[in-house]
Write a protein that binds this ligand. Sequence first.
Ligand SMILES: C[S@@+](CC[C@H](N)C(=O)[O-])C[C@H]1O[C@@H](n2cnc3c(N)ncnc32)[C@H](O)[C@@H]1O
Length: 306
Amino acid sequence: MSEIIHKPVLLKEVIGCLNLAPGKNIIDATIDGGGYAVAILEKIAPEGLPAGEAGKLLGIEIDNTLIRGTELRIKEAGFFENAILMNDSYVNLKKICEEKKFEPDGIVFDLGLSSWHLEQSKRGFSFKKDEILDMRFNPETQPKTAAEIINQYGVEDLEKIFKEYGEEQFAESIAKAIVRARKSKPIIRTQELVGVIEPAVPEWYKHRKIHCATKTFQALRIEVNDELENVRRGVSAAIDVLKSKGRLAVVSFQGLEDKMVKEIFKEKTKEGIIKFVVKGTIKPTWNEQKENPRSRSAKMKIVEKL
Ligand SMILES: C[S@@+](CC[C@H](N)C(=O)[O-])C[C@H]1O[C@@H](n2cnc3c(N)ncnc32)[C@H](O)[C@@H]1O
């Protein structure tokens, strides 16, 4: 199914900071293709360990297509008995842990989308492709598509999401251009949207390192999948379910997510529930950034439950 395997970001750092050892129980809240998960399983359930002493991994993935490939990969790596895979949202972490009677010694979140979404999903995540504007992580459970937002939201709501979730400086002119363009014909495909954004921004904005549609596409994806609210709920639930001395690592790729994680961690530190393992943020090495350009914006924060 998924030929493109997402290249894990900050893998060594994640594995190093979770205090992994044989017998530990770990949650990968965003398992995707299992890049972190297989490396975690190698530490908590190493070959040769009696079955009763091996740890378990609970993997959660919202995407109903991706999870099928992950199951196969975990099986091929020889860890089928040690993994519980759930096609669900990490927002439901507490309920899932209760149902599975799972008490985690460590939890990791690797936020955002998979390379597979951009390259292969055909759901319109990338402004470089010509696809239907969908952007749902799970089309079976999520009702609202990106095309519906673009064609149905009022001009003020469009401007608000482009500003808040995309930090787009030309949010107002892009929102107005969309509302004008959709009067003659609905905007259904990614390239139709790019064709509306380009004339709505100044010439210099089209010649920068990042494409002039980047921020609008990011904002739309966050709105379609309610990503910021999910991060707030998911990370808070993770702190609740974690065992004492258990560690929580969160890798984020954009400023808004990172800010939200920082705020939750600061609040829970003040309440005496967690402490920072490393003050501030861990970033990929220059080598990793060179080898995997996608890693450039990654930031990891790591805390321990008291
Ligand atoms: C950056 S990728 C994770 C990559 C993974 N660590 C690896 O190395 O293979 C993020 C994944 O989180 C998933 N995701 C996004 N929102 C989610 C949610 N609310 N609940 C569970 N998974 C989610 C996405 O579908 C995507 O596959």
